[in-house]
Design a protein around this ligand. Structure first.
Ligand code: PLP
Length: 392
């Protein structure tokens, strides 16, 4: 294990599947036509793009025309929220939760600054939403409700079926950020009433820089990126052909292997969790009492700092994160854990381990051993550890 990278940060991004790299390569040098072209060389590229669209749609059990390619999850979130608000200029109230990814939260803050009335729904200590609060917060002038499917930091999964029933019973548009859920747990758009759903390629072994927004047929949305008539006039910009094709294959692989992949990552996650909880005193599994993504472990070790843990893990080539990747580097405890009222001395030490199909049990055992040593070392030097802690 020495000198080897042990990558346990798969909610930040994933390794691109070899099959995905392979299928993309010819589209750089051989089949480089712009799919809008009128000649056969271009039409063939167009056919492949449409095949990829069908693969993405199939992962969600949706229709191809409901898939609009984007550059990433952040773009999908922005497009959904801004596009719906712009299409409904008379509605001045919008609803989201306190635990969304910055791609959603900062977009809502932007509208708050512009004078919109924003409801930020609270979560309880386990990271769950109060469905009654959601119902009560919906108003005549609510333009959009945006709620994530699964949380990037804790893996907590919201009850999206009930959420979509409530929001749609009030006739309001529902956007769901499914960047962490898609490809990791089943999503069936024929069984819910969600209007818009964001997904991103790099979380499921496609490259960074490709994603999609699912737009249910009949949804009125204003384009945010204007220009040519690409993506049925919904998102201008020449299609990123190689990435779209790679994304399509990654979605197909995620769908075909889902049962196996869930079992694999869950076994690894549960093993690490059980080992750490049984060998280290005063730990807390954030979101542990809730339904969670099978690949995500968010664990706190009282009295120490997450940054210290990460720096020491890094010496052994172990990659993990504290809070979401976007906010690491700041010493503030994660807003998500704060929203869950996780006590400060636990929130500061939260560490996220997130698994993929490329991780092994050997890596888990090595990581567990190192985490146990590191937590012990840091607790011995931490000014917050009570003097008699090691005697008990
Ligand atoms: N939404 C969630 C829940 C995420 O976890 C992320 C990325 O971490 C995003 C949105 C943004 O996706 P992207 O990195 O593709 O812009």
């Amino acid at each position: 294990m020495e000198n080897k990278i042990i990558y346990l940060d798969n909610n930040a991004t994933t390794r691109v599947h070899k099959e995905v790299v392979k299928i993309m390569l010819p589209y750089f040098e051989e089949y480089y036509a712009n799919p809008s072209g009128m000649y056969t060389f271009a039409k063939n590229t167009h056919i492949e793009v449409e095949k990829a669209r069908a693969q993405v749609a199939s992962l969600l059990n949706a229709e191809s025309i409901e898939i609009c390619f984007t550059s990433c999850g952040s773009e999908g979130d922005n497009f959904a929220i801004r596009g719906i608000i712009e299409a409904n200029p008379n509605k001045r109230h919008i609803i989201t939760t306190r635990v969304e990814h910055p791609a959603v939260i900062t977009t809502f803050r932007d509208f708050e600054r512009k004078g919109y009335d924003v409801t930020y729904l609270d979560v309880d200590k386990d990271g769950n939403l109060d469905i009654n609060e959601l119902e009560k917060s919906i108003r005549e002038d609510t333009a959009i409700v945006s709620i994530m499917w699964a949380n990037n930091e804790t893996g907590v999964i919201f009850d999206i079926a009930s959420i979509s029933d409530i929001v749609k019973s009030k006739g309001v548009i529902l956007h769901v950020d499914a960047v962490q859920a898609a490809g990791k747990i089943p999503i069936d758009m024929s069984k819910n009433k969600i209007d818009l759903l964001t997904i991103s390629g790099h979380k499921i072994h496609a490259p960074k820089g490709i994603g999609a927004l699912y737009i249910r047929k009949g949804t009125m949305i204003r384009p945010v990126q204007t220009g040519g008539h690409h993506e049925r006039g919904r998102r201008a910009g020449t299609e990123n052909v190689p990435y779209i094709i790679g994304f399509g294959l990654a979605c197909e692989m995620a769908k075909n292997n889902m049962v196996h992949d869930i079992a694999h990552v869950k076994l690894l996650r549960d093993s690490l969790e059980n080992e750490l909880v049984s060998k280290i005193k005063n730990t807390k599994i954030n979101g542990g009492a809730s339904e969670r993504l099978p690949n995500t472990l968010n664990i706190s070790f009282q009295y120490i700092e997450g940054e210290g843990i990460l720096l020491m893990l890094d010496r052994y080539g172990i990659c993990a994160s504290t809070g979401s990747a976007c906010s690491s580097g700041t010493l503030e405890p994660s807003p998500i854990l704060r929203a869950m009222n996780v006590p400060f001395d636990f929130a500061h030490s939260s560490t996220r381990f997130s698994f993929s199909i490329y991780n092994t049990m050997e890596e888990v055992q090595y990581t567990a051993k190192k985490v146990i040593e590191i937590v012990d070392t840091l607790r011995h030097i931490s000014p917050y550890t009570p003097k008699d802690f090691f005697d008990k």
